[in-house]
Design a protein. Structure first.
Length: 131
């Protein structure tokens, strides 16, 4: 006796693929793998641990384009997000007159809890940044 194949076989195959894909994603999530593209970031705190007001700007590697500007009085903080993918984040530190005093480079290869970075730890900027 022959069975009518119809589209029931295709529906079962499609259903099996859908179920298999769903099981795959559930197993990824349960194993701790994240599919969130922002998951490589974690919070850090930049603190003005000096005795004078300073300005900090996040910038590109030559600090020709500035973002995330903050004017920090002594003791004030600026929350930031840092990458754990060894991607450097450059910051230029200036005094209130605009004179560039130094640079901070944040670069992490793994997430760390409770990171506080003091502006007193700034280093000499590469010469092309100090122009």
């Amino acid at each position: 006796m022959k069975h009518a194949s119809g589209s029931g076989g295709r529906r079962n195959t499609s259903w099996a693929r859908t179920l298999s894909a769903a099981a795959f994603w559930v197993s990824l999530i349960q194993s701790g793998c994240s599919i969130d593209p922002t998951d490589q970031f974690f919070p850090v705190t930049v603190v003005n641990d000096t005795d004078r007001e300073l300005i900090i700007d996040q910038c590109d590697v030559k600090c020709t384009s500035l973002q995330d500007h903050a004017d920090l009085k002594p003791g004030e903080v600026m929350p930031q997000n840092a990458s754990d993918a060894s991607v450097p984040a450059w910051y230029v530190v200036s005094d209130v007159s605009g004179k560039r005093l130094g640079c901070l480079v944040m670069q992490f290869d793994h997430k760390q809890p409770n990171v506080r970075i003091g502006l007193s730890g700034m280093k000499v900027c590469p010469k092309e940044i100090l122009q």
